[in-house]
Design a protein around this ligand. Sequence first.
Ligand code: TTJ
Length: 639
Amino acid sequence: MAAEITNISYDETQIQVLEGLEAVRKRPGMYIGDTSSKGLHHLVYEIVTNAVDEALGGYCKNIEVVIYPDNTVSVQDDGRGIPTGIQHQRGVSAAEVVFTVLHAGGKFGGSGYKVSGGLHGVGASVVNALSEWMFVRISSDGKVYEQRFERGDVAEKIHLVGDTDKSGTFIQFKPDYKIFEELELNFDILKLMLQEFAFLTKGLRINLTDKREGQEKENTYHYEGGIKQFVQHINRNRKPLFPDPFYAEAERDGVYVEVSLQYNDEFIENTHTFANNVNTPEGGTHLSGFRSGLTKTLNDYARKQGMLKESEKNLSGDDVREGLTAIISIKISEPQFEGQTKTKLGNSEVRTAVDSVVSEYLKYFLEENPAVARQIIDRAVLAARAREAAKKARELVRRKSVLETARMPGKLADCSERDPEKSEIFIVEGDSAGGSAKGARTSKTQAILPLRGKIMNVEKARLDKILSNEEIKAMITAFGTGIHDDFDISKLRYNKIIIMTDADVDGAHIRTLLLTFMYRFMKQLIECEKVYIAQPPLFRIEKGKNEYYVYTDKELENKLDEIGREGIKPIERYKGLGEMDAEQLWVTTMDPDRRILRLVRQHDAILADEIFTQLMGDNVEPRREFIQEYAKYVKNLDI
Ligand code: TTJ
């Protein structure tokens, strides 16, 4: 048994004992980022990664994830099963080593790529350490074994429980309430995560089931086309230029490269990059290799076909990326992750590998599909013309933010504090609520920027038009960061950006537009957790000398049960911020000591963007699907 395990890399060199699991419980943030909802969902990510690795090796075809009513989660695969034999170095089973020893990875994909996300794949032992309990059932070689852990410690040794003709691994765990601030698992976050894994691993079927009462749900993610279907998914509510996305898959110098792309009739770029299935929003060598390959190949083709005259300038990178949707996924044995959030790929050999695959296969694709090629080039030529105008508008904004004399927008009631760490800005819907907010604020630390009406849809316009929009200009100037590649978080003039809109459908719409703008132009604001949503109360209850503000329907019921229903004045329901006077707005929504702020997380922005394209897109079918899916949750959605 031991020899077998050594064979499959569970030897001393693979398993390094760095620290005990106690260290994980002492400083969970060091291992999973934080102990908020983000960290909680990261536990599931860690476990699923192991099963996906087994699938990458070609040993597993199905993964089942289940959320139970007690907020536990299970992940099951039909792979080979974690080895159960005694590991000779330690005298315990290899499975136990996987769950109790930090950094006991030793995972290898069958294709020869060691799949580990470096810091990202912290491993099953970290999840075990942060779980009240963990239960493991392994089926392999005709036998079923089980083992149980509590807060990282062995509670039951591994033992045989029966026979089977199947193989696989089943893990169930309960996140430790002593560690996590939040235990509620979010179906949508897991959905985005699992769907992404499924897109990145063609053929793998991932099933997600929610068994919690009142929210029972089941989804399956299974894509034979892999990232090609990922591209189609991103464009599903948009108008693609051609139906069948470009797809290339090849290996170069030990780098496995997959690229897929398609253009749509909008102006923004939607490129997502992955290294060993880890999302790399900071980009890196795979992205730069892709960009240079794309620009070069399209220019070469356009010249050869006479679509670019000798006197004309080359199409720029920005030109060829307008309306582009692309996925780049690479796999490599020793990924180097760099950058602020360790999500930037550093391996230089990847740049040449991706550049070469894109150049070779795209050239071929253009020659095979001349009609498509013409559409792509025509589109880029149009973009080049518009670019000159856009550049001028953009430089205007850039110049303003570079010179410290940046004139703040007239509508901004700025705070007097100059230290961004101590300042915050409220983006407020409408001039009247803006007026109340100005009356209510602490002018030293709180700035108010009222926006008039709806802000424009940034996905449907070119940069020059977007940047001539007053509300958008006002936000960019007030924030001080610039946008896109010029974005610089160190220039941010406030530590918190707080979106304050009415608690109704219009308010939700404006919030969606604002989030879409920030997600598209200032992604790092969201990644760095600078954006919040203010929560104005829905009701005011008055009883005797006491008044209470409550923020949800459920809270209203609870409060009424608590204080009794007798002798209360008619309950006020707030329809908009404008109905509150300055004092009420301060007490309920703006006072840092009493207010409730909801942090906008990455998935909120992605979902906002999805909802947005689905509702605002030109296609009727996705809009109908959306309304059907969400109608049961949303009471007064007047669309
Ligand atoms: C290791 O090499 C021998 C055959 O099994 C390989 C292995 O570890 N396979 C494996 C691990 N399949 N599935 C897992 C796994 C699945 C889950 C859900 C969680 C964890 C920690 C591991």
